[in-house]
Design a protein. Structure first.
Ligand SMILES: [Mn+2]
Length: 248
């Protein structure tokens, strides 16, 4: 079976993403795909906090264009936020964008083409035994009871210029820690039995907040909830590593 790579929460560190992909042999010095039939899933939050969110988006879009069906991108709360602020700058998106690491330099470079692309991003993916999502939350289930159903609901919420619908998507994607409580195993089992897959992989909540470590001590992904859940956000913006993880 083709190898499977996941990365999340690049948060504007486009050069780190590029370097990780090169080190793994997935791209060459010209950002051309060299990963043969490997699969790459980007689990959201390419933008905000770091210096070059648009550069990170454009790199991933280039790879998706080179390898459709092989390179995939999920929406994170920061994609929903960047989109919401672009469309509705005079709503509460404005304040939230400013206090969550939004950069004017990213918004200025966000084109109509980017906006159209952001509106169509799925929120969930499945590959083999893996259920892939940005946020460690059960809120996805409020939009449906299958991966396709949920992605379809979110796409329809983002299709029109309805600020409240956009806000609903953003707000749900900010939820976290639903698999980290004392009932985390059961919560993860419920999500997996509803949506399919045997292991849930997420970004969003940085590993250091799950392990009570400073991010600079993080060296790799962690499995928790009896191994049903894997967290891959090393906390790059918090001084941790950007983790490009090859799943078995
Ligand atoms: Mn996030």
């Amino acid at each position: 079976m083709a190898s499977l790579f996941v990365v999340s929460d690049v948060h504007g560190y486009a050069d780190d993403l590029r370097e990780s992909l090169r080190s793994a042999g997935l791209v060459d010095a010209d950002d051309a795909w060299t990963g043969d039939d490997a699969q790459l899933w980007v689990l959201g939050d390419l933008i905000d906090r770091g210096p070059d969110g648009i550069g990170a988006i454009d790199l991933v879009r280039s790879l998706m264009g080179q390898r459709p069906g092989q390179v995939h991108m999920l929406m994170g709360n920061h994609e929903a936020l960047a989109l919401g602020y672009k469309l509705f700058p005079d709503t509460r998106f404005g304040e939230v964008w400013a206090i969550n690491g939004g950069h004017a330099s990213d918004q200025d470079r966000l084109t109509d083409d980017h906006v159209a692309w952001l509106r169509t991003l799925p929120v969930l993916g499945r590959h083999g035994d893996y259920l892939l999502m940005h946020s460690d939350t059960t809120d996805y289930l409020e939009w449906g009871d299958s991966v396709d159903d949920i992605n379809g609901t979110v796409a329809s919420l983002l299709e029109d210029d309805d600020a409240e619908a956009h806000w609903e998507v953003f707000a749900s994607l900010t939820s976290r820690f639903d698999f980290a409580g004392s009932d985390g195993v059961k919560v993860a089992q419920d999500v997996l039995s509803t949506l399919g897959g045997g292991c849930l992989v997420h970004g969003h909540s940085i590993i250091g907040t799950l392990t009570q470590q400073p991010s600079h001590e993080i060296e790799g992904p962690i499995a928790y909830a009896d191994g049903l859940v894997v967290a891959i956000d090393g906390g790059r913006y918090d001084g941790g590593p950007l983790l490009l993880v090859e799943l078995a």
